[in-house]
Design a protein around this ligand. Structure first.
Ligand SMILES: Nc1ncnc2c1ncn2[C@@H]1O[C@H](COP(=O)(O)OP(=O)(O)O)[C@@H](O)[C@H]1O
Ligand SMILES: [Mg+2]
Length: 309
């Protein structure tokens, strides 16, 4: 399914409902013209539902779609559905988009309008798809990372490939988005984040990047045609979640660095890409209060990790 969708980068499908527009190929959900931050699994579930409005989707179908090839318990699905509903404001102000059929599954009850347009077509200037970035709106503020973000902004000016390395959940994506946000005006051809998490087949890494950038390519060699499309661009590409397709991500990054002068790349991964010219930053946890210190509540709030909870 994913492969078919990715193969056809020349027609871009969007699903509109309520105040939202979902563009599956770009992994992008817009509320009006603002991107909504939604994890890859939640986005996959929303896409499955919105593609078949009015139909009942069984829980096992949704689980197979969001966790392909893995066995997960139903609680995970419930959790993701709750996240989707929160992001859509479902149930607030009389909005009704997703209905649960207890014991069976879920259905999407809003009217969905499907539109398609060539991905390279120049649309109206006001079209949010023609904006210069696809960064999601941040839901909460980033705690305790402002010095690091400033440092990385500077580092990216000097290094064309910056990789944020660390274990899952440490804050790589959050920091990368915060850095990228500060650079929107620096790159005249935009700042684009590509989540590689849902990409199971390393051969599709390049295709996903290409379609996220809205570049239309027909040539046989996808990497060469992406690089040639980027040749004169001044752009920041954020490759998020490289770990499971690290070799494909690394060779694509290397090809882009070699074939362009002004495209910069920021990657997030558990491991460095090991590409020439890469600058690696290992992300540490937020500072926490020393265990020995006896602090009152006021004192504890001075530590970034405490402010978070
Ligand atoms: N400094 C921070 N301030 C507030 N929330 C944070 C911070 N760092 C991470 N989070 C939250 O913690 C969770 C995991 O962070 P994330 O950036 O996705 O980690 P990673 O990309 O390393 O897996 C997210 O929900 C994120 O919003
Ligand atoms: Mg991440």
């Amino acid at each position: 399914k994913w492969e078919l969708e990715m193969a056809d980068v020349s027609l871009e499908r969007s699903l509109s409902f309520d105040s939202f527009r979902l563009i599956p190929a770009r992994r992008l959900l817009l509320d009006g013209d603002k991107p909504v931050r939604l994890g890859s699994r939640a986005l996959e579930i929303l896409t499955a539902l919105a593609e078949r409005p009015g139909e009942l989707l069984r829980k096992d179908e949704l689980i197979a779609r969001a966790w392909p090839g893995t066995h997960v318990v139903e609680e995970n699905l419930k959790f993701q559905i709750a996240g989707v509903r929160r992001a859509l404001g479902d149930g607030r102000d009389g909005r009704r988009l997703i209905v649960s059929n207890p014991g069976q599954g879920y259905s999407f009850v809003a009217d969905v309008t499907v539109t398609e347009r060539p991905s390279h077509q120049a649309a109206r200037a006001s079209d949010p798809l023609d904006r210069k970035h696809n960064l999601p709106v941040r839901l909460g503020s980033l705690v305790g990372r402002s010095q690091l973000v400033a440092k990385l902004v500077g580092s990216l000016a000097r290094n064309r490939l910056l990789t944020l390395v660390g274990p899952g959940g440490i804050g790589k994506t959050s920091v990368a988005i915060a850095v990228a946000e500060q650079l929107i005006d620096t790159y005249e051809d935009g700042v684009w984040i590509v989540d590689l998490f849902p990409v199971r087949d390393p051969a599709l890494v390049c295709t996903v990047v290409t379609s996220t950038l809205g570049i239309d390519t027909h040539r046989a060699d996808p990497v060469a045609s992406l690089v040639s499309a980027l040749r004169d661009k001044r752009m920041l590409i954020v490759l998020d979640n490289c770990a499971h397709v690290i070799e494909a991500a690394a060779s694509l990054a290397a090809a882009i660095l070699r074939g362009t002068d002004r495209v910069h790349i920021m990657a997030t991964s558990r491991e460095p890409l090991r590409v020439e010219g890469e600058r690696v930053h290992r992300l540490g946890p937020l500072e926490t209060p020393p265990p020995s210190a006896s602090l009152d509540a006021q004192g504890a709030l001075q530590f970034p990790a405490v402010q978070l909870f």
